[in-house]
Design a protein around this ligand. Structure first.
Ligand code: SF4
Length: 123
């Protein structure tokens, strides 16, 4: 399903995204954009249906407030993976890597290099 968004939706989405993790209330957003909350409600509903934003109740000064948050797509997120614990695994530099397989002549289940690495890693 193709999801096209209008310029108006793009503008509203950008403003919501700019509010980041704090989110923004619909009233505040309408004020910033210089449009009525009624006019904004239609666009907000469309963006919610397109799963580009969510409405969430948060507490501010002890009071519940409904705020809008932009949904981050996976490709926009930066995921850091620490490979420090596996960077010295012997298979990465093994000359037999492409011959090694379960059931083959060279197999991980009988490899002393791999076994030693595993034992040294858990010790
Ligand atoms: S399991 Fe052993 S033989 Fe197989 S790729 Fe890893 S280090 Fe090489």
């Amino acid at each position: 399903m193709e999801t096209k968004i209008s310029t108006n939706e793009e503008l509203v989405h950008r403003k919501i995204a700019e509010s980041g993790d704090e989110g923004i209330s619909q009233q505040e957003l309408a004020r910033k954009l210089g449009i009525s909350t009624r006019e904004l409600a239609t666009t907000v509903k469309k963006l919610i249906n397109k799963k580009m934003i969510i409405k969430k109740a948060v507490k501010e000064n002890g009071k519940p407030v409904i705020k809008l948050f932009a949904v981050r797509r996976i490709e926009e997120q930066q995921i850091y993976v620490n490979l420090g614990s596996i960077e010295d695994i012997p298979c990465f530099t093994c000359k037999l890597l492409f011959k090694c397989d379960n059931g083959a002549h060279v197999t991980p289940s009988s490899c002393t290099k791999l076994s030693n690495w595993i034992l040294s890693s858990v010790a």
